[in-house]
Design a protein around this ligand. Structure first.
Ligand SMILES: NC(=O)c1ccc[n+]([C@@H]2O[C@H](COP(=O)([O-])OP(=O)(O)OC[C@H]3O[C@@H](n4cnc5c(N)ncnc54)[C@H](O)[C@@H]3O)[C@@H](O)[C@H]2O)c1
Length: 354
């Protein structure tokens, strides 16, 4: 048998779901009269719609796992473009390795987890995420682009939000990635925070940049991220969390309530919260901890919260699709928190000059 080549594996691309095409409202409403996961999905969808209908509520989307590579990119882009999200907290994988990677012109490919020869994939430079393939040589260009961006920026600490904004600016300048999360967040003023920014493709770019420039270099200030997100919480007052998977983004967003208290701000807990996850509660870890548990820490109000246990790729189109087709977003005002944070930075820069 002829030896399989890279081309044999990287043939069929992952297609991003377009939730505008499917009006899920009647089905989700039918779920209300059912049981188990269907009723959880119906309640979570209604809570998301309440976030969008509440004119005082800012929506914070938290993303962990590998969802952009799985076909969820357009859902996030539609949320940004239609004013259905005000701030994003994500892991690095979704934003850099997957979204920025596709913005550079690369794709994810349909693969299989069954009868898989991972040693052959290794030889062919193909990386696997469960049933999805990635060309590792292309991923290296993603690391390298981050390296290049670091090299031309003024050497100083940046919040990940500032750095990701620079990535959006780079895409605009290089006429790339019009359908990407990073570019649309840049264009629509939606801040993206990645609290563990080096734990992804970006880390390789930073390691190369800091080695070349040991005394003056770009670095990521994770504490500034936390302060910026806390400033958003204080400004917004009412907030709703839409959490996909769990992980660091879940805790980072939840903790802004506690940080705001430390700063002396009198602000409410997160008023609305939805989490979709396959994690369970028994291990005591963060991802599976219930939102009721979070209320014991003073982070989330217990009245309008819903855990939905299941895999995100099927549940997100239902819950976010419900919000989209109900249309409450049409009456929302854009918060443009990027501008708010840039104005805050300008005030600090002015004070420093005095
Ligand atoms: N996920 C990747 O392929 C990948 C790739 C490169 C780097 N990383 C880095 O590794 C770190 C941790 O990764 P992580 O954010 O994936 O956290 P994680 O693996 O800890 O996942 C968080 C929780 O979400 C649940 N979960 C994940 N995907 C889900 C899904 N599709 N549906 C429902 N629940 C789901 C998991 O079971 C887990 O409990 C991050 O810093 C990330 O940037 C991840």
């Amino acid at each position: 048998m002829a030896k399989l080549t890279k081309k044999d594996f990287l043939k069929n691309t992952i297609k991003h779901i377009d939730l505008k095409k499917y009006n899920v409202v009647p089905m989700v409403e039918a779920f209300e009269g059912m049981a188990y996961a269907s009723r959880e999905v119906a309640r979570a969808s209604k809570i998301y719609n309440m976030m969008l209908s509440d004119k005082n509520c800012s929506v914070i989307l938290c993303i962990a796992g590998s969802l952009v590579s799985a076909g969820m990119k357009k859902v996030v882009v539609d949320m940004i473009q239609n004013n259905m999200v005000d701030a994003i907290v994500s892991n690095g994988a979704n934003i850099v390795d997957q979204d920025f990677f596709e913005a550079l012109g690369y794709k994810h490919y349909i693969g299989t987890p069954y009868n898989q020869d991972d040693n052959l994939l290794r030889d062919l430079h193909i990386d696997r995420i469960y049933d999805t393939y990635i060309d590792e040589d292309q991923l290296k260009n993603c690391d390298e682009t981050i390296h290049k961006i670091c090299n031309y920026l003024e050497p100083r600490p940046y919040s990940s939000r500032e750095f990701i904004w620079e990535m959006g600016k780079w895409l605009e300048k290089n006429k790339k990635g019009k359908d990407s999360i990073v570019y649309n967040a840049y264009k629509y003023g939606v801040p993206i925070f990645v609290p563990a920014f080096s734990d992804c493709s970006a880390g390789f770019g930073f390691v190369a940049h800091q080695t070349e420039h040991p005394t003056a270099h770009v670095s990521i200030d994770s504490a500034k991220d936390f302060l910026e997100l806390t400033k958003i919480k204080i400004k917004a007052k009412e907030t709703g969390l839409m959490m996909w998977s769990g992980g660091v983004p879940k805790n980072f967003a939840q903790d802004t309530v506690v940080a705001a208290e430390i700063l002396g701000a009198e602000i409410p807990m997160h008023k609305y919260a939805v989490q979709i996850t396959v994690a369970d509660v028994r291990d005591g870890a963060l991802s599976g901890s219930t939102l009721k548990e979070a209320s014991s820490w003073g982070k989330v109000s217990t009245a309008l919260e819903q855990m939905v246990y299941g895999e995100c790729t099927t549940l997100i189109p239902l819950i976010i699709g419900y919000g989209y087709h109900k249309g409450a977003w049409k009456k929302r005002k854009a918060s443009n928190y990027v501008k708010f944070l840039q104005d805050e930075d300008a005030k600090i820069a002015k004070a420093r000059k005095k």
